[in-house]
Design a protein around this ligand. Structure first.
Ligand code: GSH
Length: 178
């Protein structure tokens, strides 16, 4: 007999992308099995479930796999419709949140890696670039959500909070390593 709602997450401890999935499942109260991946020696299962990118996170729900953290977050919210909702109902607001989440992933991740990997003047430039990206993000989100900034409002933990907040999940590890 098929098990209902069997949820497995393939992840790695240091990944903010994976933490997004774990946080969303925890918020919704969905039990799941966690499988830690060694990215230097990826498991057959990971390669099977994410043959295109071969990356974590991957969510496997009743044997069906979904890759890419932003896609997984939406799937979780669509699949388990109970509160707390991660995304609003309004299609326009949903689209705007997706837009800023994509902007964040395309710009911030590269920018923070650049800061971590560089030294001296190069790092100063990277920090300045990061500040500029941050300003575009903040101004843009404020303009799109004039009534209430949909992130770090101290009330609800939503889609953009999860996307942005998980950048800090490995902060201590980076701090210790560098
Ligand atoms: N866009 C992907 C990024 C996932 C990603 O970059 N995962 C990294 C770990 S943080 C990975 O699996 N890297 C393995 C590799 O590049 O081979 C997402 O949002 O899920």
């Amino acid at each position: 007999m098929e098990k209902q709602n069997e949820v497995v997450v393939f992840g790695t401890w240091s990944s903010g992308y994976c933490k997004r999935v774990e946080i969303a499942l925890a918020l919704k109260g969905i039990p799941y099995e966690y499988k830690e991946e060694d990215l230097t020696n990826k498991s057959e299962s990971l390669l099977y479930y994410n043959p295109v990118h071969k990356k974590v996170p991957v969510l496997v729900h009743n044997g069906k796999s979904i890759a890419e953290s932003l896609v997984i977050l939406e799937y979780i919210d669509d699949c388990w419709k109970h509160a707390p909702k991660l995304l609003p109902e309004d299609p326009y607001l949903r689209a705007k949140l997706r837009f800023w989440a994509n902007f964040y992933d395309q710009n911030f991740m590269a920018s923070t890696t650049q800061i971590i990997m560089s030294r001296g003047e190069e790092r100063e430039r990277a920090v300045k670039d990061f500040g500029e990206v941050l300003k575009v993000f903040e101004d843009g989100v404020k303009k799109d959500f004039p009534a209430e900034f949909p992130c770090f409002d101290g009330k609800n933990l939503g889609f953009l909070d999860i996307v942005v907040g998980t950048i800090a999940c490995n902060y201590e590890a980076f701090h210790e390593a560098w």
